[in-house]
Structures are given as C-alpha cells and as structure tokens.
Design a protein around this ligand. Structure first.
Ligand SMILES: NC(=O)c1ccc[n+]([C@@H]2O[C@H](COP(=O)([O-])OP(=O)(O)OC[C@H]3O[C@@H](n4cnc5c(N)ncnc54)[C@H](OP(=O)(O)O)[C@@H]3O)[C@@H](O)[C@H]2O)c1
Length: 204
C-alpha cells in the first residue's frame, strides 16, 4: 500500500531534450495499466537555468512528490583532450542540474505528505579507470551531495536516495526496476547499500 500511496495517485512528468522520443514514450506508458497513470512529457534541457525554471513551475503545478535525477552526459579520454564545453556539459548535466532542481523543488516537496529525491549515479563513480576524470568528478560530486542531503533531511518527510548501477552489467530496464524497487522500499540504509551494489542484487 505504500507503493500505491506513493505512486498510484500521482502523475508522471517525463523530461528530456528530444521531444519526439519523449512524446512517444509518454504515450506508450500512458496507455499501460488502463490509462490509470497520467504521463506527461516536457521537452527541456536540464542544463539550462531558464528551462529548469519552467520545468519546476510545471512540476509544482502537477504537485509532484518524487524527483528522479537520471539525465547523464559522458566525457572519455585524457583530461587535456577533453573539450572545455564538453567538460562543462558533463558537470552541468550530472551534478549541477540535480543540485539546482533539488534547491528549487525542495520547498514544494517539504509540504507534501511524503516525497523523494532520487539521484542516479554510477558504481564506483568511474574513478577506477583512467580517462574518466571529469565524469568521475561529476558522479562523486552527486554521491557526496546526496549523502549530505540525506543527513540534512533526517526526520523530514523527504527521503533522499541514491542508486549507483554497476556498468557494464546494468541494463536500462534493470536500472529502471531498481529505481522503482528502491522508491517503494524507501529505506535510507538500502539507499546507501545501493551505492555499492546494483540494487537488484541487494537483499529485500
Ligand atoms: N543503463 C546502464 O547500464 C547504466 C549504468 C550505470 C549508470 N547508469 C545511469 O542510470 C541513469 C539512466 O540510465 P539510462 O541507460 O536510462 O540512460 P540514457 O538512456 O542515456 O537516458 C538518459 C536520458 O537523459 C536525457 N538527457 C540527457 N541529457 C539531458 C539534458 N541536458 N536535459 C534533459 N534530459 C537529458 C536523455 O534524453 P535526451 O538526449 O533526449 O535529452 C535520456 O532520455 C543515467 O544517469 C546513467 O548514467 C545507467
């Protein structure tokens, strides 16, 4: 019933930059389960401050109670070869967008009976390989942001969770299932465990 109270009564707002793919996914998901879930799509770039403002307005109007930060950008190769714009994009997408979306939405979430902020990273943050310095910085930053926010919100109605899928074993569908399971279970301990293990391997 926790699942039902958290998810069933609420609409889902999908965000990505590519409007056509997003619209198709929203229609596909909206047609499932006898159209009981309202699925809306909003084409927006989360690295744009202006786009985030519009996105937050729509999210509040929809009375969202779960924010899932899943957008990702990558940069591979020796640090001196990484284009400055690419480095900025990785940090903006993987770290700064979740920080600013959280800042903007938290006041609303704190007024919901129950709410979640769910950040998706990557197992080990990529720091175990050379040639991933910028990506790793963004992932480690998101992990640290999440852990401190968890402590800041102890006792609040907003739970903060983190999932770090273990590439290359992680498949998109597994990641999605793990996010859903973690949302429904919702324990902070599990959230920390999931930072080290793929969630579908974690005990339930
Ligand atoms: N699947 C795996 O094996 C795996 C493994 C480890 C970690 N993860 C993490 O799990 C998360 C989800 O994985 P996934 O496989 O579903 O990733 P994905 O297929 O690459 O999906 C990422 C989504 O983010 C959107 N996006 C990217 N930049 C954006 C921006 N600036 N503004 C708005 N939307 C943006 C993309 O759509 P547009 O391009 O249209 O904007 C896309 O829909 C990611 O954070 C990923 O790093 C996944």
């Amino acid at each position: 019933m926790r699942a039902a109270s958290l998810l069933a009564a609420h609409a889902c707002l999908l965000v990505a930059r590519t409007a056509a793919a997003l619209g198709a996914l929203a229609r596909e998901l909206g047609a499932e389960d006898d159209h009981r879930l309202r699925v809306d799509a909003l084409a927006a770039d989360v690295t744009s401050a202006g786009a985030r403002l519009g996105l937050v307005d729509v999210a509040i109007a929809r009375d969202v109670n779960v924010l899932i930060n899943a957008a990702t950008a990558e940069a591979n190769g020796p640090i001196a070869d990484i284009d400055a714009k690419r480095a900025d994009l990785v940090l903006q997408t993987n770290l700064l967008a979740p920080v600013h979306l959280t800042r903007a939405l938290l006041p609303h979430l704190l007024h919901r009976p129950e709410a979640r902020i769910f950040n998706i990273g990557s197992a080990l943050g990529g720091s175990e390989w050379a040639g991933t310095a910028v990506y790793s910085a963004s992932r480690s930053g998101l992990h640290g942001f999440t852990e401190s926010l968890q402590r800041e919100l102890v006792g609040a109605n907003v739970r903060v969770q983190f999932l770090a899928p273990a590439a290359p074993d992680a498949e998109p569908e597994h990641v999605a299932r793990a996010v859903l399971r973690s949302l429904l279970m919702g324990s902070a301990t599990l959230a920390r465990l999931s930072a080290m293990l793929p969630l579908w391997l974690a005990p339930t």
